[in-house]
Design a protein around this ligand. Sequence first.
Ligand code: HEC
Ligand code: HEC
Length: 239
Amino acid sequence: MKSRSLAVAAGLLSVLAVSAATLALAQDSAAPAAAPAAAPAPAAAAAGPVVGSAEAGAAKAAVCSACHGVGGNSVNPEWPSLAGQHPEYTAQQLQLFRAMVRTNPIMQAQAVALTDQDIADLSAYYRQQTQTGLEADPSLVQAGEKLYRAGDPVRGIPGCKACHGPGGLGNGPAKWPLVRAQHSLYTYNQLKNYANRARYVAVEGQPSPPAQAEMMYDVASRMTDEDMRAVASFIQGLR
Ligand code: HEC
Ligand code: HEC
């Protein structure tokens, strides 16, 4: 009795062993079939966000410094300072210049030859630079500060600080740009561009203009020329 049940047990074990082997075989044979399905994963990773190196960016920024200044602190008020800017925003804007979607022809010519890696490196580099800071125009700063902090509810203008932050530091992941210590002429020009919907154009086969530009189209379209000058002056002195 005892030996018979042992034999049965042994038989069961051998059946289990066989099915385990079959299972292993099945898994083995499943492996090559799974491989092609898994193959797109590395490709997708390569197409994902490119990691930037500030060190590599420093070398690549030599050509940019002719206009954007040493360390991204521009001395020409029409050319923006880039120091401290969020890399998410800088990279997005460089891609849009390269795609001819952001309309400025001077920058389109600069961006056209940049690779995704160049863009990531340059964006990382400028993020690490320190802003030297500028002064506000004292005759405009009061009106500008009011608009920046509180907006004008009567005209439906939101305070800029709601998105750009009380200190003008913006928000990287949200791609709300850092605006503080920017040349007032550049800021004014951008507010005009937004009000006229001229900052971007749609280009077939290229990424669309950022959907969130709509926020700035709306804000800027409610502002007078005087508002723009005042808030731009306040932002220039913001630190
Ligand atoms: C010949 C002058 C010139 C050179 C060189 C130049 N830029 Fe520009 N850049 C400009 C001007 C002018 C603008 C403003 C464009 C506008 O008004 O839309 C600008 C705008 C930008 C902006 C947008 C800033 C913002 O706040 O939205 C970025 C980013 C930028 N440049 C990066 C670079 C990089 C990186 C290089 C080097 C590869 C470079 N630029 C070289 C003139 C230049
Ligand atoms: C609801 C959020 C929001 C509010 C409020 C807002 N902004 Fe913006 N701002 C944005 C976003 C988002 C962008 C980037 C848009 C794009 O992709 O072109 C931007 C871009 C800008 C730029 C372009 C910066 C550059 O480097 O080119 C300026 C200048 C600016 N805003 C000024 C202002 C001012 C001045 C006010 C207040 C009167 C204001 N913003 C209110 C969200 C906002």
